[in-house]
Write a protein that binds this ligand. Structure first.
Ligand code: DGY
Length: 314
């Protein structure tokens, strides 16, 4: 917790801070027994058992926009408010997504590895060729705040935008958070988006429906020249299937910020050159992390002082 946020919490509550590793379920249960509020990060599994063992708990404030680590149903049944941190991390996560897109399509990390191991023998005409983006299609899966912010940046690279929508198809207007139109996208079913996009970028939440959304069948639909980007949640992609697709050059490359079993990464992926692997950095800028922690603190304080939460999960 940034000290300024700790101060805000300590001004209104007694705080029991866990500065060590993530608590086990039993440790969390023991610590929550007499608590009214919990500030959690997405690596804390807030299970039904933990929620049911905390008789006084009134609010769980996740310091993340995703909240798949919390048993929402169990919290709802107990009337506990669950909050997340939307908006404040949108720009940082969209920027990291673009860092990954540019890195994998221009082979920056691959080149960096080559230089460091002394493998660069000098400039040649057809050395380490990457792919241009202009005129190509960016397929966005999950047109929430982050998906839209990624799409907005795609205009600077002259890309066409496609988005997956299970319902709508055809042209849709893209609106920013103020409701101002900044462009348009072709809305299409997932199969078509996968088959026609040059870069597919994932920004959907992890749910029962999206777990392994990108599996062997989905990867086989993609163009051989296409790239997959995942800065959403690891389990949206079947990592073993992705390693297979990359090894067999079924797709050109992938860039991942999130993994199925963090911090573990599929051994096979580690050995491949056509994948960029970043360690879950989506929202990790100093400014964004302070803003996320502060929003979580405001949510806890609001609920514990009888006011409406600032950003309750829908
Ligand atoms: C989020 O906000 O969901 C991020 O993954 C946490 O960094």
């Amino acid at each position: 917790m940034p000290s300024v946020v700790m101060q805000r919490l300590e001004d209104s509550c007694d705080v029991d801070l866990n500065e060590g590793a993530d608590l086990t379920e039993d440790q969390l249960i023991a610590r929550l027994r007499d608590k009214q509020g919990l500030v959690s990060v997405f690596t804390n599994q807030v299970t039904r058992r933990a929620i049911e063992s905390a008789p006084q708990l009134r609010v769980i404030a996740n310091v993340a926009v995703g909240y798949n680590n919390i048993d929402l149903q169990a919290a709802r049944e107990r009337g506990i408010v669950v909050t997340n941190t939307p908006d404040v991390l949108t720009e940082a996560t969209a920027n990291l997504t673009w860092a990954l897109i540019l890195d994998i399509t221009r082979r920056v990390s691959e080149g960096d590895r080559l230089v460091r191991r002394g493998g660069w023998k000098g400039w040649t005409f057809n050395f380490m060729l990457g792919s241009d983006l202009a005129g190509k299609q960016l397929g966005v899966v999950g047109m929430g705040r982050i998906g839209r912010a990624v799409a907005r940046r795609a205009q600077a690279f002259d890309m066409r935008i496609a988005c997956f929508s299970p319902r709508a198809s055809g042209r849709v207007s893209l609106l920013d958070d103020e409701g101002t139109e900044f462009g348009s996208a072709e809305s299409m079913p997932l199969d078509r988006l996968l088959a026609t996009s040059d870069v597919v970028t994932l920004h959907c939440p992890l749910t029962d429906e999206t777990r392994h959304l990108i599996n062997q069948t989905a990867l086989a639909r993609m163009k051989r020249s296409a790239y997959l980007i995942n800065a959403a949640r690891g389990p949206v992609v079947d990592e073993a299937a992705l390693a297979w697709a990359l090894k067999s050059r079924l797709i050109a490359g992938a860039a991942l910020d999130v993994y199925e079993r963090e911090p573990e990464v599929q051994q096979e992926l580690l050995a491949l050159e056509n994948v960029v692997l970043s360690p879950h950095l989506g929202s990790s800028t100093t400014e964004t992390r302070v803003a996320m922690a502060d929003l979580a603190a405001l949510n806890v304080i609001a609920v514990l002082t009888g006011q409406a939460a600032v950003t309750p999960v829908p």
